[in-house]
Design a protein around this ligand. Structure first.
Ligand code: TYM
Length: 321
């Protein structure tokens, strides 16, 4: 059984990425799993080349520091030729309507005067990532579930039209912390590319900054400590973050703390302690570029070997190559 997932270097890794994704890749992953840095997806909105390269490196270090199996990781662009080829085949399997319907595309494109075509085809590249590696399960947060549905549809369509090549992947949504919200605006999900980072806790933020961001989190003036995501989203978000760090249920935690201030102190402490070892290990890895390069190169070799036969079959059956 192969699980596959990825993170895009469009910013520094934030708490939602960590609790909702990276931590699970580390604790539940096996050597057969595949976790990668999707730097090609990092080019779908205006980007700075140097920053893309350095964030790719930083995110690779964070994954390894968090305990993701080194044999499972690679960098997407190390397979740019293979993925470019399969993306084209899948673009010719996907309709314009299907791509244009994607919620993330509509959200990211809204109000932009100039939208990169790659933003529209982003989920097709994601389907290529998933199908090329033969993933059975794709663990992602709610925000990416629709993209995995598209990958399923394209796998079925390709197999039905040209012949059985691809595994039809299953999306898996994590039970808790599926959506960590922005601390300053709980109507939005926490995002690494947020314009205002006051409500975004980054995994590499120093402890004092984490504490400050948590203390300034928006709650409400109802003064009622209960877990009510609909009516008290800010409070519910803090309870969910604490739940993800302690393994307790959010409603149970709401009963056990005395005030909003006490809750914020508990959240700040839990998050700081959760992130402390990862921050230290990331710094150590970034100080050892040769080791990071070695892991990256070995990961690319494994990812290419795992996928070669599927790409060859897809090209042959669709009438090219
Ligand atoms: P990305 O970089 O947006 O997010 C990486 C992972 O973090 C999860 N996540 C969150 N979880 C909880 N709360 C949040 N606030 C939060 N924000 C992000 C995401 O659900 C995701 O699991 N397109 C993908 C990367 C990708 C990919 C793939 C994933 C490229 N190819 C193939 C799966 C399979 C992305 O940009 O994730």
């Amino acid at each position: 059984m192969t699980r596959l997932s990825a993170i895009t270097p469009s910013g520094h890794v934030q708490l939602g990425n960590y609790l909702g994704a990276v931590r699970r890749w580390a604790t539940q992953g096996t050597e057969q799993d595949v976790y990668f840095i999707s730097d090609l997806h990092g080019m779908t909105t205006p980007h700075n080349p140097q920053r893309l390269r350095s964030l790719t490196r930083e995110q690779l270090a964070v994954l390894l520091a968090a305990g993701v199996e080194p044999r499972s990781v690679f960098v997407q662009s190390d397979l740019v030729r293979e993925l470019g080829a399969l993306t084209w085949v899948l673009e010719c399997t996907c309709t314009y309507g299907e791509a244009a319907r994607m919620i993330q595309f509509r959200e990211k494109a809204a109000g932009q005067s100039s939208v990169r075509l790659g933003l529209l085809t982003y989920p097709v590249l994601m389907a290529a990532d998933i199908l090329l590696q033969g993933a059975d399960e794709v663990p992602v947060g709610e925000d990416q579930a629709q993209h995995v549905e598209l990958a399923r549809a394209l796998a079925r369509r390709f197999n039905g039209t040209y012949g059985e090549v691809f595994v039809v992947p299953n999306p898996v949504t994590p039970p808790s912390a599926a959506r960590v919200r922005d601390l300053s605006d709980p109507s939005r999900k926490m995002a690494k590319s947020a314009e205002d980072s006051a409500g975004v806790v980054f995994v590499l933020d120093p402890p004092e900054l984490v504490e400050r961001k948590v203390r300034r989190a928006v709650t409400d003036n109802l003064g009622q400590l209960r877990y009510a995501p609909q009516t008290q989203p800010g409070l519910a978000n803090l309870l969910e973050i604490l739940a993800a760090c302690t393994g307790k249920a959010p409603a149970e935690l709401a009963d056990s703390v005395g005030s909003y201030a006490e809750l914020k102190n508990a959240v700040a402490e839990a998050v700081v302690e959760e992130l402390r070892p990862i921050r230290a290990a990331t710094m150590a890895l970034l100080d050892d570029p040769a080791e990071l390069d070695r892991i990256r190169a070995a990961g690319a070799v494994r990812a290419r070997e795992r996928s070669q036969h599927r790409l060859a079959a897809a090209l042959r059956l669709s009438g090219i190559g």
